[in-house]
Design a binder for this molecule. Structure first.
Ligand code: GLN
Length: 541
């Protein structure tokens, strides 16, 4: 639409966790609805090359793209809001920047120069800012800078933005600063000072924000807006209220009401054609907020104290709930505290159980006991990745009678390794970026539930694991009724199992949750929620 790609930077002030990812995705949604081709990228100031090596407690879920990048969970929001695919280029970390610069230095690319933060690190950051824009595929690239302005590790990014603004032309680049306007209960007023200070911090680095988006519990009155405009050198219409929303999916509509898209387009000298009606989006919200039935689903995992650890799963369940006009109440249950004695008491009231992905031994026996319980009691079950592996272990232990069956991840010396390391993984020693990652094809068995759910013969889904279903046990497992109904056509690996004579008992080696979006809910989740709904009705709950 425009000849030149325009760049929007989103920085954060005052505190972390204000929702830069949701703001970026919401703005992108509005610009997309106006007919612009938009993408979003996230720059994270930590030294890990990617979040793949981080414990979910550190960083929440690790999101995986089609091209196998292990990324920040905000990329999940971008895909879920925009229905676009992101890739490795959409997530850059300080670790990745340094690792590239150091390789260049070792190759001698800097021709004897002293390699420094400015200009070498900042040049590399600027090159990465432009990478997606230079493909010609986008009119607008939104770049979210992780962390909070004022952090030591954010400095090179703020400096790179300063330089980029001058290199790239002031009408082609803008900065949105997301900040917090706290409410003081005792004096009953909203306070602007923290925002003034955080804008000053940006100014010390030579960056003037063009727009302030203000997170607040209460509406911003005219006076507060005036004050912010005056002290932070922005126009009054560029002070945008971001009031706490009941759902993240409301935020695009809030931003539309505040005219954020119009302010941005005016600043970037882009036409404001096409009115963003967002009719499909509103219909989705309508279904999400006005369910005609309700189900309770347990998500059994081991990082349950931190809901962000299962972000894509909980969002996929919400999308599927909206598709079924069914409210989904999600309860996180720590598998560590589940055992044969208490599993009935803990699980009996749920309409369905999802056993989550994971790594390592902690909580594994609780997952296996849960699966036994839902298998025997015909409660809808969905196992994802480790959840599917646990279903295979449970089945071989309790149905085939191989009581020591296990995954070699937990029990390297088990006599019955029904889940084992893939051949190509056996030589791998590095942990970072070395799992089976990204999208792989899978062929579905004719007549299977999986085939009818997808309505397709071949699908493609994203993976993130090292261990696999061991084909040595395939025949016996199949004969006993746990059917391998999804097979990788290239290497014959089992990707989906489903149980015969059970209302819904499916395990997938891949992660369908990475592909569910608000407007395109994933069929596996849609049918899982449907099964929960049916279970709820049949049992007259
Ligand atoms: N730990 C298992 C593996 O590596 C499962 C991984 C997962 O659930 N993402 O194979």
């Amino acid at each position: 639409m425009s000849e030149k790609t325009k760049y929007i930077f989103v920085t954060g002030g005052v505190t972390s966790s204000l929702g830069k990812g949701i703001l970026s995705a919401s703005l992108a949604k509005l610009l997309q609805a106006r007919g612009f081709r938009v993408t979003i990228q996230k720059f994270d100031p930590y030294i890990n090359v990617d979040p793949g090596t981080m414990n979910p407690y550190e960083h929440g879920e690790c999101y995986v793209t089609d091209d196998g990048a292990e990324t920040d969970l905000d990329l999940g929001h971008y895909e879920r809001f925009l229905d676009i695919k992101t890739s490795q280029a959409n997530n850059v970390t300080t670790g990745r920047i340094y690792s590239t610069v150091i390789s260049k230095e070792r190759r001698g690319d800097y021709l004897g120069k002293t390699v420094q933060v400015i200009p070498h690190i900042t040049d590399e950051i600027k090159d990465c800012f432009k990478k997606l824009g230079e493909t010609g595929d986008y009119d607008i690239v939104i770049t979210e800078i992780g962390g909070t302005v004022g952090d030591i590790e954010s400095l090179p990014y703020v400096e790179a933005i300063r330089q980029f603004k001058w290199d790239n032309g002031i009408n082609d680049t803008m900065v949105i600063h997301l900040t917090l306007i706290p409410y003081l209960q005792t004096s009953e007023e909203l306070k602007t000072k923290p925002t003034q200070h955080s804008v000053k911090t940006l100014l010390e680095s030579g960056v003037q924000p063009d727009v302030l988006v203000c997170r607040t519990e209460y509406p911003l009155g005219k006076d507060i807006r005036k004050k912010l405009a005056l002290f932070c050198n922005v126009k009054i219409n560029s002070v945008i209220e971001a009031i706490d929303a009941s759902s993240i999916y409301d935020v695009p509509l809030h931003m539309l009401k505040e005219n954020l898209d119009k302010v941005v387009l005016a600043k970037l000298k882009l036409p404001t054609k096409l009115d963003p009606t967002l009719s499909e989006w509103k219909a989705f919200l309508q279904r999400l907020k006005n369910p005609i039935s309700e189900v309770s689903i347990a998500v059994v995992g081991k990082y349950t104290e931190l809901p962000d650890a299962y972000k894509s799963i909980t969002e996929s369940l919400k999308h599927a709930g909206a598709a079924n006009e069914c409210g989904v109440n999600i309860t996180m249950i720590s598998s560590e505290y589940l055992n044969e004695e208490n599993v009935h008491e803990k699980i009996k009231d749920f309409d369905a159980v999802l056993v989550a992905p994971g790594f390592g031994h902690r909580g594994i026996e609780g997952k296996i006991q849960t699966i036994k319980y839902v298998r025997e009691n015909n409660i809808p079950f969905f196992g994802i990745c480790l959840g599917m592996q646990c279903a295979v272990i449970e089945f071989t232990r309790h149905v085939l009678g191989l009581s020591d069956a296990h995954s070699t991840e937990m029990e390297p010396n088990t006599k019955n390794p029904v889940i084992g390391l893939m051949d190509e993984q056996k030589q791998v020693t590095d942990k970072g970026g070395t799992m089976r990652l990204g999208a792989y094809k899978c062929t579905l068995a004719k007549g299977s539930k999986a085939a009818s759910i997808y309505g397709q013969k071949t699908i493609e889904e994203r993976h993130r694991h090292r261990f696999e279903f061991n084909n040595k046990y395939r025949n016996d497992i199949e004969k006993a009724g746990l059917m391998p109904v999804g097979i990788n056509p290239e290497n014959d690996l089992v990707e989906i199992v489903e149980l015969k004579n059970h209302p819904f008992f499916i395990g997938t080696q891949f992660h369908p949750e990475y592909r569910s979006t608000a407007l395109n809910p994933h069929p596996m989740f849609v049918h899982f929620v449907q099964a929960a709904n049916l279970f709820h009705q049949v049992n007259n709950k």
